[in-house]
Design a protein around this ligand. Structure first.
Ligand code: ZN
Length: 202
């Protein structure tokens, strides 16, 4: 399986990192080895002094397809989860400056925490609210209606380049409020008010 991700899919988050708002989805990937099933602790790696959390809605891809038209895109995902796209911000900043690829900052082992999946809410077009608490305090609060590119846009666009396969995951971008974690922190993710994700930093 593969993990597709999009950067800068919420305007306020693009602004907080001084990035321009993209004209097309900015895709990247993480390998299957990046996956950390929730409930397991995240061990802070030694190669970064500035690991950031990014809470995101994750789609579970439920069909195989390429060149998917936007109007059929909804047939290719059926469940959602909360995920944390852990990012070594210090490495990423250095790589961005040089115009180098991001993998070591974004795709390292256990950089993709994924909660249990739940069925996609039937009224999800109205927006899905999700929230991250760090040590009990709300640090990110987002709604999918603020996405620049919708779930269907992301599925359609990415399938022009990559064949989507059942069991792939799609991280759909983070709202504003990203920040660092340190050993001892506890991250908890809420979907429509229900706690779905739990990750201790060790
Ligand atoms: Zn992200």
């Amino acid at each position: 399986m593969k993990i597709l991700c999009v950067g800068r899919n919420y305007v306020e988050h693009a602004k907080e990192l001084n990035n321009p708002v993209p004209q097309a989805p900015m895709l990247f990937m993480k390998p299957a080895t990046a996956l950390l099933n929730q409930g397991k602790p995240f061990y802070h790696p030694e190669f970064s002094q500035d690991i950031h959390y990014e809470l995101e809605i994750v789609l579970r891809i439920s069909g195989n397809g390429r060149h998917i038209e936007p109007e059929f895109a909804h047939k290719y995902y059926d469940q959602i989860a909360l995920g944390i796209d852990f990012t070594a911000r210090d490495l990423q900043s250095r790589l961005k400056e040089k115009g180098h690829p991001w993998e070591i900052a974004k795709a390292f082992d256990h950089s993709a925490v994924v909660s249990p999946f739940v069925d996609l809410p039937v009224d999800h077009q109205q927006g899905i609210h999700f929230e991250l608490r760090k040590n009990g305090e709300v640090v990110q609060s987002g709604n999918t209606r603020d996405m620049i590119f919708s779930f269907d846009d992301l599925i359609s666009y990415s399938s022009r380049f990559f064949k989507l396969q059942t069991g792939d995951y799609f991280f759909t971008g983070t709202p504003a409020g990203v920040g660092p974690v340190k050993v001892g922190d506890l991250l908890e993710g809420y979907l429509e008010g229900e706690k779905l994700l739990h990750c201790a930093i060790r």
